[in-house]
Structure formats: C-alpha cells, structure tokens
Design a protein around this ligand. Sequence first.
Ligand code: UD1
Length: 335
Amino acid sequence: MATILLTGGAGYIGSHTCVALAQAGHRPVILDDFSNAAEDVPDRLAHLLGSTPEVWRGSVLDAELLARLFATHDIAVVMHFAALKAVGVSMQRPLDYARTNLGGLMTLLEAMRTASVHRLVYSSSAMVYGLPETIPIPEDAPTGFANPYGYTKLAGEQLLEQLAASDPRWAFGILRYFNPVGAHASGLIGEDPADIPNNLMPYIARVATGELPHLQVFGDDYPTPDGTGIRDYIHVEDLAEGHVLSLQSLMRTGQGHLLNLGTGQGRSVLEVLAAYGRACGRTLPHVIAPRRPGDVPILCADPTRAAELLGFRARRSLDDMCASSWRWITRRQGD
Ligand code: UD1
C-alpha cells in the first residue's frame, strides 16, 4: 500500500481521485487549505471509504508545513491538484495566479527534492492548446495561452519538463484535462461552487433546481452542427481513474508521460442541456446570448495516447454525467 499525497485533495477532482486511489488500495493523505473546498468533504470521504482519510489543513505555499509532512510520511507519489482555476479572475489577478499556481508548484517541488520524492502527477488543462488548429487535439499540437490561468498551467508543465531533463530520478505524469463534469455515483461528493457558476454544467444544475431562471447559451452562430460551442466533457470518476492509471504507470516504469484526459467525443451546449433535462425530468429553459469573449468554437481531445500508454478509456456517458450531477445536487439539498 503506497502513501500518496494529494494537494487540493478536498477539492472537486482531488476528492474523487482520493476515493479512486483508496479503492485501488493506496493510502491517500490530503493537504488542502479549504479555500475552494467544503468543510464537510473529509466526513463525506469517510462515509464513502469507511474511514477518515488523513487531512492536513494548509497551503502548498507553506514550505515549513510541507517539510513536516514529508518528514513524517513515506510519500511514494504526489498528486498536485491545489491551484486557482477561474479564467476570468486570473485576468484581473495575474500575480495571485502566478504565486499560487507557479509558486505553489515550486515550493512543493523543493520540498519533494529535499525529501527525495521524485514522482508527481500534475493537473494540467486543455487550455494549454490555446486556439487549437486541429480537432481532435493530439498531445503534440502546438501550445499557447490566452490568459494568466493558461499561462500558469503551461509554465508549470515546462518547469516539470526542464526538471525531468536535469535529473532522471524525476518522473511526471502531466495530465491535460478537458471538461470534467458530473459527480460521484453515490451522490456524496461533487462540484460545489460557492458563487454563481461560470461553467456550463454547474450552471445548468442551478437552472434545474430553479435557483436560476434559464441557461444563457453563449453564442448559437459557431461553425458547429447546432451553432453552439462544442466541448469534450469527461465524467469526473473517469478522470479520477485516469489519475490512478497515471500513478501506477509512474510507479511501475519510473518514466513520465504527458497525456490528454478526455473522451474524444465533442458535445454541444444544447446537447448537454437536453441531457440534463432527461436527468432531472423536465425541459430546461434557455435563451441565446452573445458569444463569451475568449471562447473557442470546438475543443475535443484525441484520447489515443492515454489509451495506448495507460489503457485509459472514459467509460461513462453524457447521461451518466448529468444523472450523477443531479443526484449530488438533490442529495445535497436534502442534507
Ligand atoms: C472552462 C474554463 C477552463 C476549464 C474548464 C473546466 C473558461 C474560459 N475556461 O472551459 O479553463 O479548464 O472550464 O471546467 O472559463 N456555456 C454557455 N453558458 C454558460 C456557461 C458556458 O453557453 O452559462 C458554454 C461555453 O460557451 C462553452 C461551453 O458552454 O461553449 C463550456 O463552457 P465551460 O463549462 O465554461 O467550459 P470551458 O469554457 O470549455
């Protein structure tokens, strides 16, 4: 049983990965400052796992805390989820994004080096493809960024590449997420934005509960079959399983990898809205609004490399994504 440190392990993707890791026989240790995670996540994880995972409350920028954590645990691999991720906010606060996302990564890597822990799974994003030229997007497509958030993700990847080139003991699993959505099948953990959501599925969920009157569809004049934007939505439980496979590959081979995690299948805004309507049992209202600045028409992963290298295949359907989201939302309201 390997001990795995999950920074940001109480957050949306971290908490689902925590469950998948424990179910695969590993021991997760969570470090989280709870700046974007609910206080009751450890209890919910305990309910799911049968025992409370070890949780350290603190920041990845706290070098002293990290030193203590590594000194007292035999960490085999680190999974680094802790980061800021709101694209719009990043444009107002680029320095905060650099400090948390890049400063956090550097502080963590320094602590790892001191503790002789050299394996890390890194949360990257399809954002690093900027405005993609080819769809579906393979990993060797050109990279770029259009906002400070994307800059921090790409710069983080590049730092890891330089580090790996400097010393063969380092091995990194760089995972470029497409659009993670949905919730755990139990309905016990899921995405929980504090404010009005920016992202599509959490927004639709609030329309389904009646908290928001309708979805604003940002543009219906894109060059897509129904005119609305297309994304590669991936169920968060599939994403979590991808992390376990990445970890196992790092531990088995000692070699790093850079992979897309997506389904390879693009879905339009209207398709997602219709699927959510099926999940909650009523047609959900929408209005057509102007395009959102900075949006690209289509983003879709080429998932071939993850399939070949890790045997990873996203198994869950769009209907599963919506049904699990709805189960989580309605269960949470009943708590
Ligand atoms: C966003 C983030 C990206 C992050 C990803 C995963 C931005 C610009 N990008 O990507 O960094 O990795 O989420 O969560 O925030 N849409 C509507 N109405 C809405 C909300 C969204 O029509 O109220 C449309 C968008 O125009 C887009 C699609 O839904 O076509 C998906 O949007 P969203 O969920 O925000 O994801 P991305 O923009 O792809």
